[in-house]
Write a protein that binds this ligand. Structure first.
Ligand SMILES: C[S@@+](CC[C@H](N)C(=O)[O-])C[C@H]1O[C@@H](n2cnc3c(N)ncnc32)[C@H](O)[C@@H]1O
Length: 464
């Protein structure tokens, strides 16, 4: 750090720790025998503890955070103060406070500084871990990466089309244009901040988030029961991470079907990089009505995608058409539970926000899935909340362990609004940030805590 800056910091901190106010508590005595006062440390001992703490905290920040001096270096620096170097005259008492006299004060403050630094260490460690953790781990570094990567994005245009699409979806029941708009921006953003996982999984105790996802890949593959000669279709595949995992674990051939151009391009690139292009591919299409032949697949599955459909009966009829006799359809979905009460305003608010933020119709209850499957002639096999087991923490803890605390910080939005006004962030950044990042995250967690939605429901059906 340049010398001048260090010097400035030192002088500022010195003016804060200097015991001027306390010395003048008894000015008459002080005037009578200034030399005695000069030598004594009683002024220092009478320091007001709350003010001392303030000073010490400030010093901890100066020496600890700015890295100007370590506490040990600071101590050496204070000890080496020469008489006269930092002399100052108290205007009321006329007392001259010399550097030598102030040394006990400095010592006192430095000791406090060390104490407070020690207290601050765990916080500093926590912040350090958050700053340096993987970007794709929903952490503070993810937020910084978003600020940097999306600093020139047209959020105003994006939010305008997002709102228009929600309105259109509500009126017509067709959310596909909204899905395409949403994922044109959010595919990369979700992958940047959360990795290739665009769904919640049971957070297994003792395992990290990534390890819990790996465990989930195997669980899902087991429920699907695909073999190496099977032809599998993954509907609403995003970048197709789950399909690639199923292909790797089971040896099956997997076709992914999704809507947004970005997903198809990105997904096929990832298939190539994984060396799976002989068995996997991603194609564009709407799962309500696809172009595949009847009975094309042994297994069909969809992860977190039926929530985008406003017409489950059409989807299940299409799945029944695509499956070979004896074939299986698996859905892993986020659903409203029996605890959801549509007359409760709080319930309605959280669940409604989740839908509008991510441009989808209201979340379905399990009963709607059961009834649509029955209508399509599919026979239920398994229905299980795989997160409702003693070995797992709730699915939303992936948020509460990371990004949630950051996003609920009340200073963040005003800060971003200010940065937007100063043109440090693009227009409508804070609108997008609040409605498409903060809201769904917070609402998922709150609704999850109330138990009105579950993010870990597996349902399978067989075609007779
Ligand atoms: C939450 S993402 C899930 C992606 C992936 N299954 C995963 O869990 O990582 C929802 C996906 O469903 C796709 N989707 C939504 N509606 C669709 C439709 N009607 N037809 C095909 N794909 C659709 C979206 O484009 C997106 O890829």
């Amino acid at each position: 750090m340049p010398f001048l800056f260090r010097e400035l910091l030192l002088r500022v901190s010195w003016s804060i720790v200097s015991p001027r106010g306390n010395v003048c508590a008894r000015p008459e005595k002080c005037r009578k025998s200034p030399p005695a006062r000069r030598l004594g440390g009683s002024a220092v001992r009478s320091l007001d503890p709350s003010r001392s703490l303030h000073r010490a905290t400030f010093l901890a920040l100066v020496f600890g955070c700015f890295g100007s001096d370590t506490p040990a270096k600071a101590r050496r620096r204070f000890r080496s103060i020469q008489p006269g170097e930092y002399d100052e005259a108290d205007p009321e008492s006329g007392c001259v406070l010399t550097g030598a006299m102030m040394q006990p004060a400095a010592k006192h403050a430095v000791l406090q500084t060390c104490g407070v630094t020690l207290l601050l260490l765990p916080i500093a460690g926590y912040m350090w871990q958050k700053f340096t953790s993987k970007v794709a781990s929903q952490s503070l570094s993810s937020l910084l990466a978003v600020l940097w990567t999306y600093r020139r994005t047209d959020f105003r245009g994006f939010m305008k089309s997002h709102r228009a699409a929600i309105q259109k979806g509500k009126e017509s029941g067709d959310y596909v244009p909204g899905v395409m708009n949403y994922y044109s921006l959010m595919s990369d953003l979700i992958t940047l901040t959360s990795g290739p996982f665009w769904h919640f999984v049971p957070m297994i105790k003792g395992l990290s988030r990534d390890e819990s996802h790996v465990r989930f890949h195997h669980t899902l593959s087991q429920y699907l029961g695909a073999g190496k000669d099977d032809k599998v279709l993954e509907i609403g595949c995003g970048y197709g991470e789950m399909g690639r995992q199923v292909a790797k674990i089971s040896g099956a051939s997997v076709t992914g079907l999704t809507m947004a151009d970005a997903e198809i391009e990105g997904g096929n690139l990832r298939i190539k990089e994984a060396g799976l292009d002989d068995r996997c591919k991603i194609v564009q299409g709407n799962y309500h009505k696809t172009e595949f032949q009847d009975a094309s697949f042994d297994k069909v599955f969809g992860v977190y995608t039926l929530k985008y459909s406003s017409n489950l009966e059409a989807v299940f009829a299409e799945m029944a058409r695509l499956l070979k006799p004896g074939g299986k359809f698996l859905s892993y979905e986020i659903l409203v539970t029996d605890k959801f009460d549509s007359t409760n305003a709080e319930h309605r608010e959280y669940v409604g926000n989740i839908s509008t933020c991510t441009c989808m119709p209201p979340l379905w209850p399990a009963e709607a899935m059961r009834s649509a499957a029955k209508k399509a002639g599919l026979v239920p096999v398994v229905e299980e909340d795989i997160g409702a087991v003693a070995t797992a923490r709730p699915w939303y803890t992936c948020f509460t362990n990371g990004v949630y605390q950051i996003l609920v910080c009340p200073l963040l939005l005003p800060f971003f609004r200010g940065a937007e006004t100063l043109r440090l962030l693009p227009p409508a950044f804070s609108d997008w940030f609040e409605n498409l990042l903060v809201h769904p995250t917070v609402d998922f967690v709150r609704a999850g805590r109330l138990g009105i939605i579950s993010g870990t429901v597996v349902m399978t059906w067989q075609k007779p």
